[in-house]
Design a protein around this ligand. Sequence first.
Ligand code: UDX
Ligand code: UDX
Length: 458
Amino acid sequence: MKFKKKILCIGAGYVGGPSMAMIAYKCPDYKITVVDINQERIDAWNSSQLPVYEPGLDKIIKMCRGKNLFFSKDIKNQIKENDIIFVSVNTPTKTYGAGADMAADLQYVEKTARQILKYSQSSKIVIEKSTLPVKTALAMEKILSSAKGKIKFEILSNPEFLAEGTAVSDLENPDRVLIGSRETKSGLKARARLIEIYSRWVPLNKIMTSNIWSCELSKLVANAFLAQRVSSINSISALCEKTDADINEVANAVGMDSRIGNKFLNAGIGFGGSCFKKDILNLVYLCNYYNLREVASYWESVVKINQYQQERFIANILHTMFGTLAGKKICILGFAFKANTSDTRESPAIYISQKLLAEHAEINISDPRALNNAEIDLSGVKGKISYIEDPYKAAAGCHALVILTDWDLYRKLDFRKIYISMVKPAFLFDGRNVIDRKKCHSIGFNIYVIGKRALTHF
Ligand code: UDX
Ligand code: UDX
């Protein structure tokens, strides 16, 4: 079959894989190839066990793979063959040198730009999909503009706003698609080619265009605002616990104001995931770089509250369980950083588990999807850890239940059955506000929910 367009994506991760699958699904006359330096990842995308769990993704992959969607390891030839290239490689926080623990590590982005330069034999549009510090496109542009002869590269910024767990519906019905370009003749032409792809399924009034720097900054700011909302409600949850106010009632009352809105107001043990912390630290670094100290410290406080929320949660467990966890068994329900994903990157569960183990508690970890990642995250951590998928088996014989992920299945557990199997007095710490607290209290549990008054039997 002769394809109308050929598109390449470098980086087959949580962003690259699903977003290219959606283009393939919506544009059967385009050929989409996704490459990655990680061989295992590519093998997994080509198998029945996809490397990321996303509701609805399997179906799309099955429909398109081998027809107009291909996963390949051949980066060199794929760069040669495609003239529209998305870059979706990871941009973790730097762990070394200048800007360590703050700035984004751009080595993979730069390496990818150099690969594109090395193997290209014709002009190309290169699209940044990874979330990047402002002006990264400029660095890519400088590298790529060193190409000899007639080959020209046009750089676009097209950040992805999908959230894990809802990636398929976010990609299918995005709130907006943002495309940044140079406002030159060739920049605008490249922009139009990208609009042509998205307009296959996204209404034109949702496709926004801007200059590249606004586009790069908008993505960082969107994530910072979302994280800020979570930290804001979490800070108030601490106050609720002291004043007998109920965080759900406060969130509902506040969220009814249409200027504030009711989404993203669930108090919990703090945000995780690969983006929020990294992107805010990135923003903080940028502000400091431009000597905007007050702005930097304003955004840094969002990360500080997130850490504080986890510390507070652990301190409460320790204090409530009579000041010692040594030899006690604790069942952790949920290890993923949010429901409906197997992803555990920056999951609060990692830190909380480590702290419980440091207190010499024994932990049974249960999660419907994330146990493999949990084992990797905690490998090398000292202490007794068991990984048990069945929540009933994981809870049996434990002194406390600790809910760390908002999986729907935890709302539907038979808590009476669990209570009977536990050591008494049985404690239930709900870090995600998922349980029916009065019902669980009446069963016999001592209940501690984030942002609510404790219900105990003492
Ligand atoms: C990544 C970034 O973390 C995020 O900031 C950005 O918005 C989108 O890209 P994600 O897809 O979740 O998000 O990352 P990850 O799942 O780690 O996937 C990146 C992939 O790029 C990995 O599979 C990695 O092997 C691959 N990669 C990395 C390359 O193919 N080439 C490289 O040089 C480096
Ligand atoms: C986020 C952004 O939502 C998305 O637009 C961007 O592209 C990538 O980063 P993601 O990290 O996948 O997506 O998940 P998100 O739903 O935003 O949740 C992030 C964290 O905040 C999770 O740990 C979640 O549990 C937490 N959260 C979210 C809360 O604690 N309370 C809320 O009300 C909402």
